[in-house]
Ligand binder design. Sequence first.
Ligand SMILES: Nc1ncnc2c1ncn2[C@@H]1O[C@H](COP(=O)(O)OP(=O)(O)OP(=O)(O)O)[C@@H](O)[C@H]1O
Ligand SMILES: [Mg+2]
Length: 333
Amino acid sequence: MSTLLDVKNLSTHFNTSAGTIKAVNDVSFKLREGETLGLVGESGCGKSVTALSIMRLVPSPPGRIVSGDVIFQDQNLLKISEEEMQNVRGRDIGMIFQEPMTSLNPVLSIGRQLREPLELHLGMTKQQSLSRSSELLELVGIPDPATRLKTFPHQTSGGQRQRIMIAMALSCEPKLLIADEATTALDVTIQAQILEIIKELTDRLGTSVIIITHNLGVVARYADSVNVMYAGKLRESGSLDQVYKQPKHPYTVGLLNSVPTLDLDADIRLQPIRGEIPNLTDLPKGCAFIDRCDYAEQKCQESEPELEEVEDAHFGACWEHQRVNKNLLGITP
Ligand SMILES: Nc1ncnc2c1ncn2[C@@H]1O[C@H](COP(=O)(O)OP(=O)(O)OP(=O)(O)O)[C@@H](O)[C@H]1O
Ligand SMILES: [Mg+2]
């Protein structure tokens, strides 16, 4: 399968009164056509900013993409004009945002918001876009679409708004879907339904997907490959099996061991990762995980390990990766 998205050395910083927040710091990864990639890591580690950088939607100021390339279908999204980028957004890349209420316009009807990209990007007439909007709502499981199209975002429930966001993100059949915590705010049964809808639609269309989530179980179920992010950098990446069965970074092990699973013996305790993520304005000279790590050695204090290939297409950024034990509690893909 050919490469659809190639992110190279992406860095995005925020200039604040407290200093420069290195939210995304030299991140590189590739996504193949049809592949689903899970991007995981604790809160504040730079997942959303990575997605917003790809979409060129980083709020500026205070944010700025300071370096890197985002090659998508042979064009560098960081180099094209804003006008060209507007065509990429919505048409070639769909995004479901972490905050649905901020990305749905409260003063426009749902129908108007669904129709707009269809008319703008696909040149549909009003009649065509209206009937396509109804179809889309039906696809994401919204009953009585004709009536729903006339309503406004605040008149719909959280679960329905999320479905509408999915319909909007997929309306122009994009090549890439970025789903940022698409279901986190919802209760578990609706979460599962919505994830299944995303999977079904993207499988059918051959869409590549980046799933951003805290939920390692969601990644285990839906992703082909995994990027683990910590303090603005990728610390591990590989296939789902590689990362979940033979993790090469102590942080990945920590994440896996802090996930509850149903089949755990009652006497096995979850092991949350101690400490917290470092201040992104003042990162240590060596490894950013050092204060929380059980494997740390002198070298880890002195220099920061880069992401390197530790086995076939499996990358880890840890000096001590050979000593890292696979996860103890055994969440399995
Ligand atoms: N508009 C902004 N202004 C200043 N700092 C920001 C802004 N947006 C993000 N940041 C900072 O960038 C860092 C990365 O944030 P990001 O939203 O990418 O985290 P995340 O991994 O998506 O977290 P979560 O899981 O909570 O969504 C954080 O330190 C955050 O405070
Ligand atoms: Mg986020």
